[in-house]
Ligand binder design. Sequence first.
Ligand SMILES: *Cc1c(COP(=O)(O)O)cnc(C)c1O
Length: 420
Amino acid sequence: MKYTDLNTPNRTIMTPGPVEVDPRVLRAMSTPILGQFDPAFTNIMNEVMEMLRTIFQTTNQWAFPVDGTSRSGIEAILCSVIEPGDKVLVPIFGRFGYLLTEICERYGADVHTIECSWGEVFDQQEIIAAIRDIQPKVLAVVHGETSTGCMQPIDKLGTICREEEVLFIVDAVATIGGVDIKVDEWKIDALIAGTQKCLSIPAGMAPVTYNERVEKVITQRKKVEKGISTETDRLEELDRSHSFVKSNYLDLSMLQDYWSPRRLNHHTEATSMLYALREGLRIILEEGLENRFHRHQLHEQALMAGIEAMGLKRYGNPAAKLPTVTCIEVPTGVNPETVREMLLDQFGIEIAKSFGPLEGKIWRIGTMGYSCRKENVLFTLAALEAVLIRHGAKVETGKAMQAALDIYHNSQLIVHAEVL
Ligand SMILES: *Cc1c(COP(=O)(O)O)cnc(C)c1O
């Protein structure tokens, strides 16, 4: 046999996704398949919806995964809401802002953008001023920009969107499960998550949630496939001045009928991925949201302390830092790609490069989900120091590990003091 048994190398994955998957999730994925209308399976679907609501901090009825990578969730929300000619406002501060505009354009939106320099985020007042000025139907914002390691504050935008009758849509792919996001309190109308980032599940599902404001728009555009439902008559009474959603696979009104107790047939649910999602969500609830956010912060701080002690420069405005991704400027004279190659070949560690204007200028290190552990942070710092010395870079030797260990030591003292 030409093809050997599948045998993957051991890796420490410190990228902004995909990240290491908890072994419990991998085990859940080898659970036998169930039919998609089997009550044992639909019960699992309901449990997943319930757990998603907790993680999204929402009471929305609709919280379910779209099958496909994170951008399938982004596209499902956008294509179900946007009709040709609708005005959409996208504040751009990195690569994923452009992805939002790209998808909106494909569905015929009249896209308006505001931009700030990469490595920065907007003052919320700037976005609010643009909402008032442009009067869009939709505001679509990236929360955690993995391309620049920046996080846009979004807690004040929802209130204005309600006042101005704008739908507030958030790409929280890089932050959900690692950073506090309050869907209801922040009045977010629709939000998209990703599995392969802070949820530590393989790529392949995009959990989404949306409220009645979004559902109202979706219902007006509803189309039912012939032969699966008897409700065609009722639908004929709908106001048909609205156009049908341009995608069948990503039409939320169809997906929501499948996730509702009616279980109207649509796609075949990705059984093993749903098992994975269920276990991944269960792990988060066991850890507790607050504990999880603290853990992400702690390891981020240890990593940053180590990087700085080594004498490396962090990229981006520190006040806008995304806690789940740390960007480092490549020191002058160092080849960024051979550093990454050596980390992978000699240590089995993967870190990321960046895109567009930042390609070759920064490295990005993720501290997400199951990858966000003390042993991974210490190993990465030690290896990076060694590789940089090998590359002739000027680094402060022996300081990074001590700085990171100090952070861990001090955090233990704090925990200890709290117990006392
Ligand atoms: C990773 C990422 C995406 C894209 O996710 P895919 O799973 O690759 O489709 C979208 N938005 C943000 C902010 C991301 O970090």
